[in-house]
Design a binder for this molecule. Sequence first.
Ligand SMILES: CC(C)(COP(=O)(O)OP(=O)(O)OC[C@H]1O[C@@H](n2cnc3c(N)ncnc32)[C@H](O)[C@@H]1OP(=O)(O)O)[C@@H](O)C(=O)NCCC(=O)NCCS
Length: 198
Amino acid sequence: MPLWECNVTTVTLTPYEWQTITTERLSLRTLTEADIPALHSWMSDPEVVRYMLYEPRSLEVVTQKVAEYSSSTRLAAAGDYVQPAIVVDGRAVGTMYLKIESEDDLTAEIGWALAREAQGKGYAREAATAILELAFGTLGLHRVFAELDPRNLASVALCERLGMRHEAHFVENMWFKGEWADTGIYGMLDREWTAARG
Ligand SMILES: CC(C)(COP(=O)(O)OP(=O)(O)OC[C@H]1O[C@@H](n2cnc3c(N)ncnc32)[C@H](O)[C@@H]1OP(=O)(O)O)[C@@H](O)C(=O)NCCC(=O)NCCS
């Protein structure tokens, strides 16, 4: 055996095909065409998308995005992602996001967004907890991180509530909506998730 192979231990991601997740107050399910009006109502809201990587979206763009998101259902390799609807009382009040960043490093990125009227009720936390359970439990990932604009205090607070660690703060690393903006990184490891869950 060549020397460079001696210390190689393989870590593997368990491939996953998206299935609806149900929690106490909501469900996370694949977006459908019927969700387009609900999604458009908040994806076109300047306040909701203030710190998102896009400008308020037209109905046409939302229609296109729903088609894209709903066809991405497998998590097996870098670049694979799911973006299920957060459904409360039958309405898609937001979306969660989980993208495999590296299958070799068992790392994924998590993201979230909620319509204004659905914020401040603990829905994002409930949905994110279910996604973290999927990431660490079902997929067997090692690390999940979130990237955000540090001015987005609601997103920072959510990371902290979930028990994610502040890992990095990049200063003016990004030209964002007409100005230089900072980026914050929050992360969590599988062992930290297990410890937090008791
Ligand atoms: C980031 C975002 C998802 C956070 O949503 P959120 O609703 O504030 O987050 P949570 O689900 O953790 O809810 C926490 C709030 O609900 C309250 N709450 C009410 N009932 C609750 C319950 N049963 N359980 C838990 N929290 C509850 C909490 O007290 C807290 O209120 P506070 O913010 O006044 O302290 C939301 O602000 C958002 O969608 N922003 C726009 C999109 C965006 O910027 N996305 C992130 C890009 S990085």
